[in-house]
Design a protein around this ligand. Structure first.
Ligand SMILES: [Mn+2]
Length: 335
């Protein structure tokens, strides 16, 4: 199966218009783009009179409370969906098409293949739905969601606009990452013109961290090791670093970006030990000629993602995974 679109935005819009009830969900541990596209789509469908369920698999980061607090979200735990979930006419899966990112829902989704629509901007995914719209040139799933909402008989209100902007800003690092395009800026401009307050959103999203996160960042930076002639950087976080600092696993967001401040560093890995599960690997690379495709690198570890940002969950101890990562980085040819 090729992970590419097998339908158009117009066709999806048509199907959603015909549906009376829609279930919307997104990947485990939703980020700004996942939650932003879910909230925007959910609001648009509700404005059209649809019965909408929104399922999220926690944790939802605290800084996203500006989205979470405005809508009714059903939190899906390890046990899977509620027994009274019913049979929605359509199921929309946003910002992922991978079973591994939907684990608690696999048993629910599998028999409902025919009514699932995946809307995604990742390079890879599984055959989990009859319909799929994938645009890997979209900086954020919210870009696709915005195009879809444009095809629906609904005028985006303040909630929808804010949710879309949060998705754009989150997945582009506030319009800095190489995935940012003219189209991204055009959508952002439209949202700003309609009244989105970007400075207020920046403060809420990026300046609302707990001091525990800074203490954990100190640990991460303290573990920094350069390899491949200083062109690759590896950081590690142990379970004990979380216990000592009081930081939460989800508070490592953006850590992997920090070593890219060093001129010669072209690729960064963050290897994180999890109390109850595989070792987490996050990878980032700088754009430019000869840029490292970290999506390919992540595949060596059973993961995936984007060319500049990818990750994997790897079985083994922190030490063995770290050694494997260092070996993989050392083997990269970077002139
Ligand atoms: Mn995304």
């Amino acid at each position: 199966m090729k992970y590419e679109s097998n339908c158009t935005i117009d066709q999806i819009a048509e199907m959603l218009q015909q549906a009376a009830s829609v279930l919307i969900t997104t990947h485990l541990k939703p980020d700004g783009d996942a939650l932003g596209s879910l909230v925007a789509m959910g609001a648009a469908l509700e404005r059209m009179g649809k019965t909408v369920q929104r399922w999220v698999m926690p944790p939802v980061p605290d800084n996203l409370s500006l989205l979470r607090d405005d809508v009714a979200l059903t939190e899906i735990g390890e046990a899977g969906p509620p027994a009274d979930a019913g049979e929605p006419d359509r199921i929309v899966v946003l910002d992922t098409g991978s079973w591994s990112q939907l684990e608690p829902l696999c048993g629910y989704l599998e028999p409902r293949y025919d009514r699932i629509i995946v809307i995604d901007h990742h390079l890879r995914g599984d055959d989990l739905s009859a319909l799929r719209y994938v645009d890997s040139t979209a900086a954020a799933c919210c870009e696709i969601a915005a195009a879809l909402i444009d095809q629906l008989p609904v005028e985006p209100d303040a909630l929808i606009r804010r949710a879309l902007f949060v998705g754009l800003a989150s997945d582009t690092g506030w319009f800095r990452f190489s995935n940012t395009t003219a189209q991204t800026h055009e959508l952002a401009a439209r949202l700003l013109r309609a009244g989105v307050d970007h400075a207020e959103l920046y403060a809420q999203l990026e300046q609302g961290e707990r001091p525990e996160k800074l203490r954990l960042l100190i640990r991460a930076l303290d573990s920094l090791q350069l390899c491949n002639g200083g062109k690759a950087a590896v950081m590690t976080l142990r379970s004990s670093d979380f216990a000592d600092t009081g930081a939460m696993p989800e508070e490592t967001e953006r850590f992997v970006d920090v070593p890219q401040a060093v001129r010669d560093v072209r690729v960064v890995a963050l290897v994180t030990e999890q109390d109850d599960g595989p070792v987490r690997l996050s990878l980032r690379s700088k754009p430019g000629p000869g840029a490292i495709n970290v999506s390919q690198l992540a595949q060596q570890f059973g993961g995936g993602g984007h060319a500049r940002a990818a990750g994997a969950k790897v079985d083994g101890t922190l030490e063995t995974v770290r050694e494997r990562v260092i070996a993989a980085l050392a083997a990269l040819s970077m002139d």
